[in-house]
Design a protein around this ligand. Structure first.
Ligand SMILES: [Zn+2]
Length: 804
C-alpha cells in the first residue's frame, strides 16, 4: 500500500495540553538528574537473543564502573534465569553499598511475591510496579473501568507495602517504591495524576530523601513532539500533592527520534530522574540514551555524575554484551564523530588547535580556566579517552591543512605553506590512484619517500661527513655575489664526503653560507646546478628526544638558471632534521636535490685525470681513497697525496686508473702493506695515566733493525708521550702539525682511522737546521693504537737520525 495523499484520514494528531503558564521553556539545566539504567531489563527484553547471566554480569559491572547508582537489573518473575541473575548478584556481593538495584513487577500478587523474594537480603532495592492506565489498554486489553484500574494499583501497592516491610524485618533490606502508570503519555493527564495520588495514599509513607516515592512517567511509545512531553511532566509536577515527597521519573523511548529531546525538555518540565539505556538500546527504536544525555550536560559544564573517561572501552563491553553496533555517526560514541575529512574543516581544526594552545598559555599565566573552544569539536576527545589520532583523516576531499596537521602530530614537522601545497599534490596523486582513505601511515610513508626523510628512505645522495670553514680571503670576498638568505660577509667553504649512488665522493665548494657552499660543491663535482629559492627552519622540542632540541630545515631549490624567474617554474622541496642546525640545512638541500634528480639522471662518474690544470682532480682522488679504503683524508693530506700522484702521472705519462691510485696510496704510506718498517718498529706498548693531565707511554721498539729496546716517555696524551719516548733515541725534534681521526664501518666492525702530519727538525751538516714532514695513516680497533701507529707510520717516512 502506498503512502496516503491524505494521512489525516488514517492518523490523528496528538492533543496538546492547554498549559498557558508553562514555565519549562525558559528554564535551563543546573544539575544532573538521577540516572537509572534499564539496560538489563528494558534493554535486555528488546534483544533478539537476550543476554546470558554472564553477559548481564559483565554489563552490570560496567554500569557500576560508569558510576550508575540505580540499576534496574531484571524482571525476576518473568523467568528463572532472571530470578537467578538477581540472586547471583546479591549472593556474590556484586552490588556496591551505594548502588540501588531495581526490579520490575506487574500488579499481580504471585508475581509480586516472587519479585520481593528475588531481592531479599540485598542492602537496598527499588520495587517497581506498573499497571496499564491508558484508555486503549483499559478498554481493549484488560476491560477495566477507571475505578477498577485504580483499585488494582491501590490493592497491589498495599500488598507491596506489607511484603516489603516483612522483608525488611526478616532480611534488613531497605526499599524504595516506584510506580509507573503505563503508558503515561497516552493516559488522560488528570487520570494519571488521580491514580498516582491513590497509589501514594495506599503506600502511606512517602517522606523526604530516600523515603520519597518514585512516579515513573513513561513515554512508552513516543506519540508527540518533545514539548508535549515537557508539558505533561510540568502539569504532573504542578498538580501532584506533596511534590517534595515525590521523585518524578522520566522514561522516554525514541519512536519519533526525539527521545533525547523529550528527556531534556522533561527535566526542564520538572523531572528528577531519567530511566534509559547506554547507546539507546531498548524496544523498537530504543530507550533514551544515558551516555548521550550525560555528555550533553558535560559539554555545558555540568558534572553528569557518570564517568565515560574510557568511552571506547564502554562501547566495546556494551556491544559485546548486547550484540548491537554503535552507528558510525552516533553522538559522541560513533567511529566518525571526531573525524574531519573535508579540507576546510581540517584547516579550521588545525588553526583552532594552534589558537587554543596560545590562548591556554595566556590563561595559565593569568590563572584563568582553559576553556575548550574548537571549531567542529563540541567536546575534547581526550576527555573520553580518545586520542587526536582519528581527528583528521585524509581522503580525496581532504586539504593540505589536514595533511600538514598530521605531519606535525606524527613527525613534529611544521611545513612551510608552499611545501604543504607541494606535498598535498603527492598525497592527492596517491589517494586518487588508490581511491581510498589515506591512513596516517600512508601519509608519513609518502612524506618520507618523497623527501628521503629517515634512514630507511635514503636518496641517491646523502651526507657522510663535512666541515664548514670560513675563507679569510679578500679576493673571494670581493667577488662574492650575495645569495638570498646568506648575506654573511664571510664566505664559507664546504668540505665533505657525500655518498653518491652507494659510493663516496669528496666534494668541495664555496659560498656565502654552508648551503650555497654545498650547492657550489655539487655543481663542481657532480654537475648538479641548483639555487635556493626559499629556506626556513624551526626547532623541534619533542619530549621523547630528551633535552636535545633538534632543528628542522626546509629548502626549496630551482634549476640555477631559473632562480630569478617566477615562482611557477619547477622547484623541489627538501627537509632535514638534525641536532646541528648547519647539518639540518645541508640535509634539506640534499633531500631536495634527491627529489630533483629522481632515479633517472646519470651523475658524472669519477674521472681521474691528475693533470695540473684539472680543477676537481684533488677531490676526485680523495673520493677514490674514501670509496676504496674508507679513509676520509684531511684536506692537507689530500693535497700531499695529490702531489705524489701528479709526479707519478708525469713519470708514467698516462692516466691513472682507480686501482692504480689505490695502490699508489698504499705504497706511499705503507698502508695495509705487509712490508715491515725499516726505521722504527714497535713490538708492544702500554699507556699509563700518571695524574689527571699526564700520561706515560712505555714499550718495546726496534730502531734500524737493531734489537728491541724498552723506552718510555710522558706527555699530555698518548701521542705526546710517544714522541717523548722516541726522543730518548732519536736526535732532533718530532712534532705533530695536524691530527685527525674518524671511525670506519659500523657496529662490531667499527675501527678508528688516524691521520698525522709529523714534522721533524734536526741539526744537519754544518749545524744547519733541516726541516721535513710526512703524513702517516693507520687504522686499528683501538683508537689509541691507531694514533700511535699513524705516528710511527710517518716517522718511517722521515730521515730520522739516531742519537749517538
Ligand atoms: Zn520502556
Amino acid at each position: 500500500m502506498p503512502m496516503l495523499s491524505e494521512p489525516s484520514k488514517k492518523y490523528r494528531p496528538y492533543t496538546p495540553l492547554n498549559l498557558p503558564n508553562r514555565q519549562w521553556p525558559s528554564k535551563t539545566f543546573t544539575k544532573a538528574p538521577i540516572w537509572l539504567s534499564t539496560d538489563l531489563r528494558d534493554g535486555n527484553q528488546a534483544l533478539v537473543n537476550p543476554m546470558t547471566i554472564e553477559q548481564k554480569t559483565t554489563f552490570f559491572r560496567e554500569l557500576v564502573k560508569s558510576s550508575v547508582k540505580q540499576i534496574e537489573v531484571a524482571y525476576p518473575s518473568a523467568s528463572d534465569t532472571e530470578f537467578a541473575f538477581v540472586r547471583g548478584l546479591i549472593e556474590k556481593n556484586e552490588i556496591p553499598d551505594d548502588v540501588w538495584i531495581q526490579v520490575l513487577t506487574p500488579a499481580r500478587e504471585d508475581l509480586i511475591r516472587r519479585t520481593i523474594d528475588s531481592v531479599a537480603g540485598t542492602k537496598q532495592a527499588i520495587l517497581h510496579m506498573y499497571n496499564a492506565t491508558s484508555p486503549t489498554f483499559r478498554s481493549v486489553v484488560f476491560r477495566n473501568s477507571k475505578e477498577q484500574t485504580i483499585d488494582l494499583a491501590v490493592k497491589h501497592t498495599k500488598l507491596i507495602r506489607q511484603l516489603t516491610e516483612e522483608c525488611t524485618t526478616k532480611h534488613g533490606t531497605k526499599f524504595i517504591y516506584e510506580y509507573s502508570p503505563e503508558t503515561f503519555t497516552q493516559t488522560e493527564p488528570d487520570f494519571a495524576i488521580e491514580i498516582c495520588e491513590a497509589v501514594k495514599n495506599a503506600w502511606g509513607k512517602a517522606g523526604l530523601g530516600d523515603e520519597r516515592i518514585i512516579f515513573n512517567l513513561p513515554s512508552t511509545v513516543e506519540i508527540a513532539p518533545p514539548n508535549h512531553y515537557a508539558d505533561l511532566i510540568e502539569n504532573f509536577c504542578d498538580k501532584i500533592s506533596e511534590r517534595e515527597k515525590v521523585i518524578v521519573s522520566l522514561h522516554p523511548h525514541n519512536d519519533r527520534g526525539t527521545g533525547i529531546a523529550s528527556a531534556e525538555l522533561g527535566v526542564l518540565g520538572g523531572g528528577d530522574r531519567i530511566e534509559g539505556c547506554f547507546f539507546g538500546n531498548g524496544e523498537r527504536t530504543g530507550n533514551v540514551d544515558l551516555v548521550n544525555l550525560a555528555l550533553n550536560l558535560y559539554t555545558q559544564g555540568i558534572p553528569p555524575n557518570l564517568d565515560f573517561s574510557d568511552l571506547q572501552n564502554t562501547i566495546d563491553i556494551v556491544t559485546a554484551c548486547n550484540d548491537l553496533p554503535v552507528p558510525a555517526r552516533y553522538p559522541y560514541a560513533g567511529e566518525l564523530v571526531f573525524t574531519a575529512f573535508s579540507g576546510s574543516h581540517q584547516d579550521a581544526i588545525k588553526k583552532g588547535f594552534e589558537a587554543q594552545r596560545l590562548r591556554h598559555e595566556e590563561c595559565i599565566a593569568k590563572g584563568e580556566p582553559q576553556f575548550w573552544d574548537m571549531p567542529y569539536l563540541p567536546i575534547d576527545p581526550a576527555d573520553l579517552g580518545q586520542t587526536y589520532e582519528a581527528l583528521i583523516r585524509v581522503n580525496s576531499q581532504s586539504g593540505k591543512g589536514g595533511i600538514a596537521y598530521l605531519l606535525k602530530e606524527h613527525l613534529h614537522l611544521d611545513l612551510p605553506r608552499k611545501m604543504q601545497v607541494a606535498f598535498y599534490q603527492v598525497v592527492q596523486a596517491v589517494s586518487d590512484r588508490e581511491a581510498r582513505e589515506m591512513t596516517v601511515d600512508d601519509i608519513t610513508s609518502a612524506f618520507r619517500s618523497a623527501y628521503h626523510y629517515g634512514s630507511a628512505y635514503k636518496g641517491r645522495l646523502s651526507l657522510r661527513s663535512f666541515k664548514i670553514s670560513p675563507i679569510n680571503d679578500e679576493k673571494s670576498r670581493a667577488t662574492g655575489d650575495t645569495e638570498s638568505g646568506e648575506d654573511d660577509d664571510i664566505r664559507r667553504r664546504f668540505d665533505g664526503t657525500v655518498s653518491v649512488d652507494g659510493g663516496y665522493r669528496v666534494i668541495r665548494g664555496q659560498g656565502n653560507g654552508p648551503l650555497s657552499a654545498l650547492l657550489d660543491a655539487l655543481r663542481t663535482h657532480l654537475a648538479l646546478d641548483f639555487a635556493i629559492r626559499e629556506y626556513s627552519e624551526h626547532t623541534i622540542n619533542d619530549a621523547d628526544e630528551g633535552e636535545n632540541a633538534r632543528a628542522a630545515s626546509y629548502v626549496e631549490i630551482v634549476p640555477a638558471q631559473n632562480r630569478k624567474t617566477t615562482s611557477t617554474s619547477q622547484s623541489w622541496w627538501g627537509v632535514g632534521v638534525d641536532s646541528d642546525i648547519a647539518r639540518s640545512g645541508l640535509r634539506a638541500v640534499l633531500s631536495a636535490v634527491n627529489s630533483a634528480i629522481g632515479d633517472g639522471l646519470e651523475l658524472p662518474e669519477l674521472n681521474i685525470s691528475p693533470g695540473f690544470d684539472s680543477k676537481s682532480a684533488q677531490e676526485d682522488v680523495a673520493s677514490v681513497i674514501v670509496s676504496q679504503l674508507g679513509l676520509e683524508l684531511p684536506r692537507r693530506f689530500q693535497t700531499a697525496f695529490f702531489e705524489v700522484l701528479q709526479r707519478k702521472a708525469l713519470e708514467i705519462g698516462n692516466e691513472i686508473s682507480v686501482d692504480g691510485v689505490t695502490e699508489l696510496f698504499k705504497n706511499t704510506y705503507n698502508y695495509q702493506n705487509d712490508k715491515a718498517p725499516t726505521k722504527v718498529c714497535m713490538k708492544s706498548f702500554k699507556l699509563d695515566q700518571l695524574d689527571a693531565n699526564r700520561r706515560a707511554l712505555s714499550g718495546s721498539f726496534a730502531f734500524f733493525g737493531g734489537a728491541p729496546r724498552s723506552i718510555s716517555g710522558s706527555g699530555n696524551g698518548p701521542l705526546s708521550s710517544l714522541l717523548s719516548a722516541l726522543h730518548s733515541q732519536i736526535a732532533g725534534t718530532l712534532s705533530i702539525r695536524d691530527y685527525w681521526e674518524h671511525s670506519i664501518g659500523e657496529g662490531s666492525e667499527v675501527r678508528a682511522a688516524s691521520y698525522v702530519d709529523l714534522m721533524y727538525e734536526v741539526e744537519g751538516e754544518s749545524s744547519k737546521k733541516v726541516k721535513s714532514s710526512a703524513w702517516g695513516v693507520a687504522t686499528d680497533t683501538d683508537i689509541t693504537a691507531s694514533g700511535v701507529k699513524a705516528v710511527l707510520n710517518a716517522v718511517n717516512d722521515l730521515d730520522v737520525v739516531l742519537k749517538n
